[in-house]
Design a protein around this ligand. Structure first.
Ligand SMILES: NC(=O)c1ccc[n+]([C@@H]2O[C@H](COP(=O)([O-])OP(=O)(O)OC[C@H]3O[C@@H](n4cnc5c(N)ncnc54)[C@H](O)[C@@H]3O)[C@@H](O)[C@H]2O)c1
Length: 309
C-alpha cells in the first residue's frame, strides 16, 4: 500500500515538473533569456584559420573573450589572430595543432593550460570533407574524416572537461551538420563522422546532467550548406526551404545559441520540420520528399575547398 502511495507521489511530482518545464520553455520562447557574459572567458576554437572558425573568433573577440586558436594551417591561423586583435581582443593565442592526432591534441592542450589557463568554452569546429562516393573514397581519407570531424572531439573533451568539472563552469560546443541528422548520398564518411560527433556531444550532455554538473553547458550545431568554400560547387534545388547560408548569418546564430545556452541549433529552421517528419513518415514518403527537395543531387557539382589547408 505504502509503495503504491510512493509510486503515485513520484508520478505526480514527475508530471508537475514536466508541465512546469514545458511552461518554462514556452515563456523563454516569448521572453528570450538574457544572454550570458563571455568577457574574460577562455574560448578555444579548433579550425580557426578560416570559415566559421575565423568568424567565431572575431565574434568572441568583440565580446571580450580570451581566445585560443587552433589550426593546422599556421599562416591562416596567424591571420585570424591578427584579425581578432584588430577586432578588439587583447589576449589571443594561436597554436598549430593537427586535431586528428591524439598525442598532438594532448600536447598542445597541456601547453595551453600552462600558458593561458583553463578553457571555459570549447568549440570543436575543425572539419574536412572528402565529397566522394563511398566505394570511390580511399580508406585513408575516410579515416581522416572520422579523426578530424569526430575523434578530435573525444581528445579535446578529455583534455579540457576535467577542469570545467572542477570549476563547475564550462561550455562544450559541437559543430556538427545537417549531415549529422540525415544521411546524404555522396557524403557517407562525412555523415558518419557528423552523426558520431552529434551522438557524442549529446551523450556527454546527458552524462554531465545525470551527474548534476549544472555549470557545464552544451550546444550542438547542425547547419545546412554555408558559403565558406568547404562545399564549393554544391547546390540546393529549394533555396526557400533549404537556402545555402551566409557565413556571417550562421556565426551570428551560433554565438547567439551559445550565449543563450541552447542545446540544439539547426539551420535553416526547416531542418526541425524535416527531423519531425523523419520520425514518423513512411520511408517511401521520406525519399519522395528528399527527391522533391533535390537532396539526392546536392553533391553533384562538389569541387570542395579550393585553397590548400
Ligand atoms: N561549410 C558548410 O557548408 C558546413 C555545413 C555544415 C557544417 N559545417 C562544419 O562547420 C565546420 C567549419 O567548416 P567551414 O565551412 O568553416 O570549413 P573551412 O574549410 O573553411 O574551415 C575548416 C578549418 O579547419 C581546419 N582544419 C582542417 N583539418 C584540421 C585538423 N586536422 N586540425 C586542425 N584544423 C584543421 C582547416 O585548416 C580550416 O581552417 C566544420 O566542422 C564543418 O564540417 C560546414
Amino acid at each position: 500500500m505504502s509503495s503504491n502511495l510512493e509510486s503515485a507521489k513520484e508520478l505526480l511530482v514527475f508530471l508537475g515538473k514536466s508541465l512546469f518545464s514545458i511552461l518554462e520553455a514556452i515563456v523563454f520562447k516569448v521572453i528570450p533569456q538574457p544572454r550570458k557574459n563571455v568577457a574574460g572567458e577562455i574560448v578555444l576554437i579548433t579550425g580557426a584559420g578560416s570559415g566559421l572558425g575565423r568568424l567565431l573568433a572575431l565574434q568572441f573577440a568583440r565580446l571580450g573573450s580570451v581566445l585560443i586558436l587552433w589550426d593546422l594551417n599556421q599562416e591562416a591561423n596567424e591571420e585570424t589572430r591578427q584579425m581578432a586583435q584588430e577586432a578588439g581582443a587583447t589576449r589571443v593565442h594561436a597554436y598549430v595543432c593537427d586535431c586528428s592526432r591524439k598525442e598532438e591534441v594532448y600536447r598542445v592542450a597541456d601547453q595551453v593550460k600552462k600558458e593561458v589557463g583553463d578553457v571555459s568554452i570549447l568549440i570543436n569546429n575543425a572539419g574536412i570533407v572528402t565529397g566522394r562516393k563511398f566505394l570511390e573514397c580511399p580508406d585513408e581519407l575516410m579515416e581522416k574524416s572520422l579523426d578530424v570531424n569526430f575523434k578530435a572531439h573525444l581528445w579535446t573533451y578529455k583534455a579540457f572537461l576535467p577542469a570545467m568539472i572542477t570549476n563547475n563552469h564550462g561550455h562544450l560546443v559541437c559543430i556538427s551538420s545537417s549531415a549529422g541528422l540525415v544521411g546524404v548520398n555522396g557524403l557517407a564518411d562525412y555523415c558518419a563522422s557528423k552523426f558520431a560527433a552529434f551522438g557524442f556531444a549529446e551523450a556527454m550532455f546527458v552524462e554531465t546532467y545525470a551527474q548534476k554538473q549544472k555549470g557545464i553547458k552544451t550546444t550542438i550545431v547542425c547547419p545546412f550548406f554555408i558559403k565558406t568554400g568547404m562545399f564549393e560547387g554544391c547546390s540546393t534545388k529549394c533555396p526557400t526551404l533549404l537556402p545555402i547560408l551566409e557565413p556571417e548569418y550562421a556565426v551570428r546564430k551560433i554565438v547567439d545559441a551559445i550565449l543563450q545556452e541552447k542545446l540544439y541549433l539547426y539551420m535553416p529552421k526547416f531542418l526541425y520540420l524535416m527531423m519531425f517528419l523523419k520520425s514518423f513518415l513512411p520511408i517511401k514518403t521520406g525519399m519522395l520528399i528528399g527527391d522533391y527537395l533535390g537532396i539526392f543531387h546536392v553533391m553533384d557539382g562538389f569541387t570542395g575547398q579550393k585553397k590548400k589547408t
